[in-house]
Design a protein around this ligand. Structure first.
Ligand SMILES: [Ca+2]
Ligand SMILES: [Ca+2]
Ligand SMILES: [Ca+2]
Ligand SMILES: [Ca+2]
Length: 497
């Protein structure tokens, strides 16, 4: 009897002989449950799957992704179950309809090996015998409504971008002492500002390192510039006074990294690196290295014993190679810092004073040297990304915006980049107190952000215009506008007649 059943199955090609040998036969090949009795007349043959062993589905799908089908030689009804597979827990079965427990996310795959191919084993049973199918479900990308258009090229050595808070107007700082205004919807570029001397000529040898628009006098905003002349980096507020005023920050001949951005209360923040780490924890020696400062223009520079154009506050210590400073919702400021050998990190704080970002004791979550536990005011990083060039490794965190605009795919995400052009996003809701997000929290958005022309290869900054549209500035002079791919296709209902 049994031999007869085996031969029948072989004839139908149901199982692989290599697997289905000897005593393993019943278990591995789901052979007939003939021990349960078949009335003494032959062994029930198992159902035969007729649905394919692979399927593909776009990410975010909520409904059924696959319908199991099988025939039964005896005409019995067939029931399906999930019996295994590496990714079995990602699925649920309703009758023959297979669906994901949670809608799959191509940009942050949930399958065991992260390649967006989910492995699940289905079983078909007629109540007496059963057979199995190893199913592969491939999840494909959806751009989630994101359309990226290149709106300008030819911006030479751009170093920073800010919204002008009016329409689609943006400011872009160019290294060669020029700030240009650009209309983000048309790409039209017009001169806006350059640092000039007393006779109105551009200051010789002065270059720009960065820029942010931040609070100047009262509620009004000013243009804060990071400048360099010779080896000396300075901060300036363009147009805040009738003459050009700058304040020295650091000697940058050793390659000290600087970052400027808008922080708590909409004020200008500057971070000065200290790659060697010998000065980052020293607050007695008057070193600016390894520190973060808030700069405000002084409304009354002549009030004190000496003339002081800026009010500068020491916000924090312990930074190595700061790359970006940005505002976060819930009155937080984010500061990204480039690691030496292990991690890039992003730290969030809502404290204006007393922050210690940990360098040189900590690099990300890695304790680089003993003694870090004793630091006061230690701000543990909210996000650490290992250094490297893989999808979820960093070559240096660039920019970033807390995007609250209309694009559903990235709405309420922190959208940021890697120096070599990787675009990532993380839902803002994940940035909770005490959470240390890691590489496997990164949604890799490279495909969603592929532009119509050009390439986002070395981004230098991001900005959001007054309409809520996101822009990405690339170091080779390209400006990209990120908008909804569906805006143009809204169909208005006809007017009643
Ligand atoms: Ca997605
Ligand atoms: Ca897989
Ligand atoms: Ca996507
Ligand atoms: Ca480019």
């Amino acid at each position: 009897m049994r031999f007869q059943a085996v031969r029948d199955r072989l004839r139908r090609g149901i199982f692989l002989s290599a697997v289905c040998s000897s005593a393993l036969f019943l278990a591995a090949c789901g052979g007939g449950d003939d021990s349960s009795g078949n009335g003494g007349g032959g062994v029930a043959s198992p159902p035969t799957f007729t649905s394919p062993d692979k399927t593909s589905v776009a990410e975010n799908t909520t409904g059924a992704v696959y319908t199991a089908k099988a025939t039964d030689a005896q005409g019995s009804s067939v029931a399906f179950t999930i019996t295994g597979g590496t990714d079995a827990s990602a699925f649920k079965l309703d009758g023959a309809a297979l669906s994901f427990v949670n809608p799959p996310n191509y940009d942050l795959p949930g399958d065991a090996n992260g390649d967006n191919v989910y492995e699940v084993t289905l079983q078909a049973s007629n109540g007496k015998a059963n057979s199995s199918l190893s199913l592969l479900v491939t999840v494909t990308n959806d751009r989630e409504g994101i359309k990226v258009t290149r709106v300008a090229t030819g911006l030479v050595d751009p170093v920073g971008i800010s919204s002008l808070d009016s329409g689609s107007s943006l400011l872009i700082a160019l290294k060669a002492n020029a700030v240009v205004k650009i209309d983000g919807s048309t790409g039209t570029i017009t001169p806006y500002y350059s640092v000039t001397n007393s006779v109105g000529n551009p200051v010789p040898g002065l270059t720009l390192l960065g820029m942010t628009r931040a609070q100047s006098f009262g509620a009004s905003k000013g243009l804060y510039l990071l400048t360099q002349q010779g080896n000396v980096a300075s901060i300036a507020c363009a147009g805040c006074w009738s003459f050009f005023i700058s304040e020295t920050l650091a000697d940058v001949s050793d390659g000290t990294a600087l970052a400027i951005g808008t922080g708590l209360g909409g004020t200008a923040y500057v971070a000065i690196g200290d790659a060697g780490g010998t000065r980052a924890q020293d607050i007695s020696g008057g070193f600016g290295y390894g520190k973060v400062f808030q700069y405000l223009v002084n409304p009354d520079p002549y009030a004190g014993a000496s003339v002081s154009y800026f009010d500068a506050k020491l916000v924090g210590i312990g930074v190595r190679a700061p790359s970006a400073i940005m505002q976060f919702p819930n009155s937080r400021v984010g500061i990204s810092d480039r690691g030496e050998t292990t991690f890039d990190e992003l730290s969030l704080t809502n404290a204006l004073l007393g922050n210690n970002f940990g360098w040189p004791y900590f690099e990300g979550t890695h304790e680089r040297s003993a003694g870090g536990a004793a630091l006061t005011g230690l701000v543990k990083p909210s996000l650490v990304i290992p250094l490297g060039s893989e999808k979820r490794q960093s070559r240096g965190i660039v920019g970033g915006v807390a995007y609250t605009g209309d694009l559903p795919g990235i709405r309420n995400h922190y959208v940021f980049a890697d120096k070599n052009g990787r675009i990532w996003s993380i839902p803002l809701a994940k940035f909770t107190a005490g959470a240390a997000l890691k590489a496997d929290d990164l949604e890799v958005r490279d495909e969603d952000f592929a532009p119509d022309v050009g390439k986002i290869d070395h981004p230098v900054g991001m900005a959001i215009d007054a309409f809520g549209v996101l822009y990405i500035l690339d170091s080779d002079g390209e400006l990209f506008r990120v908008e909804s791919s569906t805006v143009g296709s809204i169909v208005l209902a006809p007017l009643p007649t």
